[in-house]
Design a protein around this ligand. Structure first.
Ligand code: GDP
Length: 297
């Protein structure tokens, strides 16, 4: 589908004379191709530009070892710089869930995969960390959203807060907190309502829930295929609610993962997990190396 960047660069650079060090012109020529690759991978233009500038300074004057071609050398420099940009502090998969019951707030737009991710994460906490988890749906807007979480809960053997019709999200969050304390749960997860677009009501509702729950983690779920939109959504949520990490879903799709780079560069927020399918175990801890490889094609 996409031409491999390494091959493309080799084509460009092998026409240049081999020499001991990468000259400024070599690097510039190569980075033009890298820029195209980044844009094809859906990295936003300002982020691609900034990134290229950084790599250009790093690469110019580097000596080319005999075992690699100048093209491979540039790809390696670019790859390492991508990993560097994508890497956050600490282990992205380590959630702050000491001090039980620890609340985790899940936010995001409708259709981003929030409910699915809530259940996937609950399953992971239960199976990998041996935690007792309670899930609660606060989605009073979308018909059947609460039932959806209940069904997933049964499927993965994780408890859900009993549904009480007519309750508002803040009341549900309070009830979840009480039930989590009384029931001896380690973690309770609050799956908030989403909408198709960010609006005042969505933000106000999520903020009200945040204020009663005081979450240890607020995870923003975004569709990894939506590119620049995903970044705008993240900026807005972080600005209004404050998020502690991002989960990129649909990374099993055709997308090249550029949203991850833009997300990290623009918001500074760590990507914690990636969704790799609809199944309950299709969730992995974010690995910068894998995304870097994917962006470069
Ligand atoms: P919500 O409205 O944000 O709660 O979204 P849902 O959790 O209901 O997910 C919407 C659709 O996306 C469902 O059909 C999910 O199975 C699907 N989905 C969620 N995460 C992923 C993922 O990582 N990969 C794929 N392929 N589909 C996903």
């Amino acid at each position: 589908m996409f031409e491999n960047l390494s091959e493309r660069l080799s084509g460009v650079l092998d026409r240049l004379t081999r020499q001991g060090a990468l000259s400024e012109d070599d690097v510039k020529t190569a980075l033009r191709e890298v820029r195209v690759a980044l844009l094809e991978a859906d990295v936003s233009l300002p982020v691609a530009r900034e990134f290229i500038k950084k790599v250009q300074d790093q690469a110019t004057g580097q000596s080319v070892t005999k075992s690699v071609t100048p093209g491979q050398q540039v790809v390696k420099i670019v790859h390492d710089a991508l990993v560097d940009t994508l890497t956050g502090e600490g282990d992205p998969g380590a959630l702050k869930i000491d001090n039980p019951p620890a609340p985790i707030l899940m936010v995001g737009l409708q259709g981003s995969g929030k409910t699915t991710t809530t259940a996937k994460l609950a399953k992971r906490l239960k199976e990998r960390d041996g935690k007792r988890v309670l899930m609660a749906s606060l989605d009073v807007n979308r018909p059947a959203a609460m039932e959806q979480l209940e069904i997933l809960g049964r499927q993965i053997g994780v408890d859900t807060l009993p549904i009480v019709k007519g309750e508002d999200p803040v009341a549900i969050a309070k009830r979840a907190k009480t039930q989590a304390s009384l029931g001896g749960y380690d973690v309770y997860m609050l799956d908030t309502a989403g909408r198709l677009h960010i609006d005042q009501e969505l933000i106000a509702q999520a903020a009200a829930v945040r204020d009663v729950a005081n979450p240890r983690e607020t995870l923003l779920v975004v569709d990894g295929l939506t590119g620049q939109d995903a970044v705008n959504v993240a900026e807005e949520f972080d600005d209004k609610i404050g998020v502690s990490g991002v989960v990129l879903t649909r990374m099993d799709g055709d997308g090249r993962g550029g949203a991850a780079l833009s997300m990290r560069a623009v918001t500074g927020k760590p990507i914690r997990f990636v969704g790799l399918g609809e199944k309950m175990d299709a969730l992995e801890t974010f690995e910068p190396e894998r995304i870097a490889g994917r962006i470069l094609g």
